[in-house]
Every structure is written in C-alpha cells, then in structure tokens.
Design a protein around this ligand. Structure first.
Ligand code: ZN
Length: 186
C-alpha cells in the first residue's frame, strides 16, 4: 500500500525516530509499504518519518542507477548506524521526496561503514562509497530530524527561499500523495 509522503515543513520531519525493539508484523508491513511508496514516488530512498512513523527504518533502492557500484534493490535498514565516515568529502546534487522540485549540492563524506538489522533481525555491515554512501547519509539524517536543505550553503538557501515558501504554502505539490504541515492525519 502506498503511503502519503510528509512535507519538510511538517513537524514530524524534525523529530528523532525511535529504535525498533522488535520486528512485529506492523513493522514488516510498514517496511513493505515504504518500498511501495518509494517506488511510486520514483525515489531512491525513504525514511519512516517521511511517511509519518517515528521508527528508525530506512528503505533504499539504488538498483536503477548506473553510477551505483553495488546496487541495492529494496534494501530495508532497521536501526541503521553509520560507524565510520571518511575524511574525504564529495559534493553532489541531492533531492528529497519531502522537498519537491528542489535539487541542490551538498558536501558529504565519500565513504561510510553502516550497520543495520534486516527484517529477520539479522545484523549486517555495508562498507560503500559514492552513490550508496550519499543516499544512506541523506536517509539516516532524516531519522535525526535533519533535512538536506539544512546542509546547503547560506547563499543557496537564499536562492531557494521563494520555492521553499511555495512548498510551505502548499503551492508546489508533487504528483504523489503529499501531506503538508497544515494537514491533520488521523
Ligand atoms: Zn529526503
């Protein structure tokens, strides 16, 4: 089932998610719904608070991207933690399903080591760089209430101000189901 995606102006995008303590049928269903939602919105990654749930869950799909060295198809990361960041940084363009139409460059460490649990509760470690490292860092930031537009230069922030205001007013809507900060979701 596809879920609506919350705007960057919704307060839930600024909340820290909580660790998953047990893989319940609800958690499995949420992860499955996040994968469907990510595909439907044409995204490469999604964090649970982007669909209104405060669990530490991220989904990633880099399968379609040619510049991804290792392609991860519908990867579900439960309680992901980055245990190593390289000193070397790269500058790369990012976008976000919660911030429609905005694409800006962000500096981030080039390589990471990431540990997470899968839906069977098994622990895994991934060491990767470039594309996967970029997507994973963006999504794990969401779990801490950080949005990529927080990380762009002050000058760029000024340049995107009018577009951001339109998103805030609900005047710039994506094609997928979207929840802005004024919507009440029951
Ligand atoms: Zn995002």
């Amino acid at each position: 089932m596809s879920l609506p995606i919350y705007s960057c102006f919704h307060p839930i995008l600024r909340e820290k998610t909580k660790e998953v303590e047990e893989i319940t049928p609800e958690i499995i269903k949420l992860a499955q719904d996040m994968i469907v939602t990510m595909h439907q919105a044409d995204g490469v990654g999604l964090a649970a608070n982007q669909v209104g749930k405060l669990h530490s869950i991220v989904t990633i799909n880099t399968a379609a991207f040619e510049d991804a060295k290792v392609k991860y198809k519908d990867l579900v990361l439960i309680n992901p933690v980055i245990t190593y960041f390289s000193e070397e940084e790269i500058n790369y363009k990012e976008g976000c399903l919660s911030v429609p139409t905005i694409h800006e460059n962000v500096d981030r460490p080039r390589s990471i080591t990431l540990t997470y649990y899968d839906l069977l509760g098994k622990e895994h470690t991934i060491e990767d760089d470039d594309y996967f490292a970029r997507v994973a860092q963006h999504e794990l930031d969401h779990l801490q209430g950080i949005i990529f537009t927080d990380l762009i230069s002050p000058m760029k922030k000024t340049l995107i101000k009018s577009k951001m205001r339109k998103i805030q007013k609900g005047e710039l809507l994506p094609e997928y189901q979207f929840v802005d900060q004024n919507d009440i979701v029951l």
